[in-house]
Write a protein that binds this ligand. Structure first.
Ligand code: MN
Length: 354
């Protein structure tokens, strides 16, 4: 079903219209990527107001709303509000800035609701992926698996982290990834104790762990995968940490199922890591949801109140980080099902020593 129709069905009765201004949600509801534009969804009709830069593309591609050339946004929205007798307008309170909220509140002839009800309705829709969305996610992950296989032969002493990032970036661009900013992690040695360390000119050395956190974007949907590989040789402790993270991930993956609290899945992995003697060394959430954005709600962490839903796409990414020494993280992306999960990630996760 058209996502706009699904939103209207899911939207709280107290909301007459939805004002959508964020890039991710514009894309979710219209299928078009743009750096600007406003979607105004009433229960009778939806409008996409967009400026001249994007109007031709919008008229060609957006079929589920009336495309309107934007010249005076506040005035045009005001007319639509009066025409459709809209009394209350919901906003995306996760994305809208305070200044934009104040502008709409003061400039529109309707009550602008900042209570998060619209955001919750959108979150619930975006959390459960359609078969088409899952196909994009699987394709993005399949390509990510291929990129990981591609990069392995490049990982050797003397090659810098930046070299690895560049090789991967060119490969991903050439194979259709839509993320033009190379936002991935390729770090080595001591730096692997930094969960989101940054690649630089450091050269790979024998005995290093090398950690990759990467993902293609295909059809607007992100893959997210982390693998940690060893170079030359591994110490007993490196071996133990790797095996502990892998087992923590295996247990967490086994715990994933529709209806299970996100915090419970996190606890399974965390308890195992703590019990292996690494309490305090796994200082981030177990995972997060993925889709149009790489980090979406619900998160899988100790503080989460959410429960997994069938059709959710979540990462399972435990890690152990030993400050000043090394770290290991292993991340798969899975689709939650009624009786478990489908792991979209197929890259090897046995300890690879190059
Ligand atoms: Mn992740």
């Amino acid at each position: 079903m058209d996502p706009i129709k699904r939103l209207c069905a899911a939207m709280d009765e107290g909301i007459d219209a939805a004002l959508i201004t964020s890039g991710p949600n514009r894309f979710y509801f219209t299928g078009m990527t743009s750096s600007a534009g406003t979607l105004f969804i009433t229960r009778e009709k939806a409008y996409f107001l967009i400026d001249f830069r994007y109007i031709e593309k919008a008229r060609d591609t957006v079929k589920n709303c009336e495309v309107v050339l934007q010249d005076d946004l506040m005035g045009q929205l005001g007319e639509l509000i009066l025409h459709h007798q809209v009394k209350t307008v919901g906003i995306e309170n996760r994305y809208m800035t305070i200044s934009a909220f104040e502008g709409f509140s003061g400039g529109l002839p309707a009550e602008v609701l900042r209570d998060g009800r619209l955001q919750s309705a959108i979150d619930a829709l975006r959390e459960v992926k359609t078969p088409e969305e899952i196909a994009h996610l699987q394709r993005a992950q399949d390509l990510t698996d291929e990129a990981f296989r591609f990069i392995l032969p490049y990982i050797k002493p003397g090659v810098s982290e930046q070299d690895l990032i560049l090789e991967l970036g060119v490969y991903m661009e050439r194979h259709g990834s839509e993320n033009r900013d190379i936002n991935m992690i390729a770090i080595s040695g001591k730096k692997t104790s930094l969960p989101h360390g940054r690649a630089d000119t450091k050269k790979i050395e024998s005995g290093d762990f090398v950690m990759f956190d990467m993902g293609f974007v295909i059809g607007g949907y992100h893959a997210d995968m982390t693998r940690t590989v060893a170079v030359g040789k591994v110490s007993d402790e490196q071996r133990k940490v790797y095996a502990t993270v892998l087992e923590a991930q295996r247990r967490a993956l086994e715990a994933v199922r529709a209806g299970v609290p996100c915090a419970e899945v996190d606890r399974v992995a965390r308890d195992y890591i703590d019990g292996a003697g690494y309490r305090g060394c796994f200082g981030h959430n177990l995972g997060h949801s993925v889709g149009i954005e790489v980090h979406e709600d619900p998160r899988l962490g100790p503080a989460s109140k959410a429960v997994l839903k069938a059709g959710g796409c979540v990462t399972i990414e435990p890690g152990i980080y030993l400050a000043g020494r090394f770290g290991v993280r292993i991340e798969d992306m899975v689709i939650v099902t009624e009786d478990g999960c489908d792991d979209l990630t197929h890259s090897d996760k046995s300890l690879i020593i190059l």
